[in-house]
Design a protein around this ligand. Sequence first.
Ligand SMILES: O=P(O)(O)OC[C@H]1O[C@H](OP(=O)(O)OP(=O)(O)O)[C@H](O)[C@@H]1O
Ligand code: HPA
Length: 180
Amino acid sequence: MHKIKVEDKEFEIFLENDTLSKRIRLMGIQINVDYEGKCPLFIGVLNGSFLFLADLVKEINIPCEVAFIRVASYQGTTSTGEIKELIGLPDDIEGRDIIIVEDIVDTGLTLTHILKMINEKNPASVKVSSLLLKPAALKYNIDALEYVGFEIPNEFVVGYGLDYNGLGRNLTDIYRATGV
Ligand SMILES: O=P(O)(O)OC[C@H]1O[C@H](OP(=O)(O)OP(=O)(O)O)[C@H](O)[C@@H]1O
Ligand code: HPA
């Protein structure tokens, strides 16, 4: 289906699942090479990253661990500018190689907050893997952003974990708002 409605908003197809899968396979290969001989700890940022993280770690063939944190900053299509911490970081971060897994980096506010929290716990290294990045929306400089699936325009997207008012996370493809 190429046009859909989620609540009151119209969306059109943007990135099909097959395109996502191919890119995620390549991201996994790159991580396998970069972390050879190490045991990275993937930290998924809930809720949006759950499908991406699941598909990404299936491509990882080195030893690794998986954990989650939960923060929230968005209501509808706009950032509240305030980060709420709902599930905290795991205890065992000191000395670990951390890979934060995000569905999307938009303004960069969420990630900046999470990176600060993680760096306070003395990890060996911290990198970020985000499926999507909106370069035109970015307000913070994020040096740790090492693995990016797709750079996209500054448009609201939904599907494959990303929501609009809590809906649409279950869509297999990613759609963009048409503004109609
Ligand atoms: O770069 P930013 O402007 O901070 O936006 C990116 C963040 O916004 C979304 O999370 P949200 O707070 O909507 O929670 P969710 O993952 O539960 O949807 C998304 O999953 C990122 O974590
Ligand atoms: O474009 C978006 N879609 C869904 N959630 C988001 N969180 C930040 N940007 C977005």
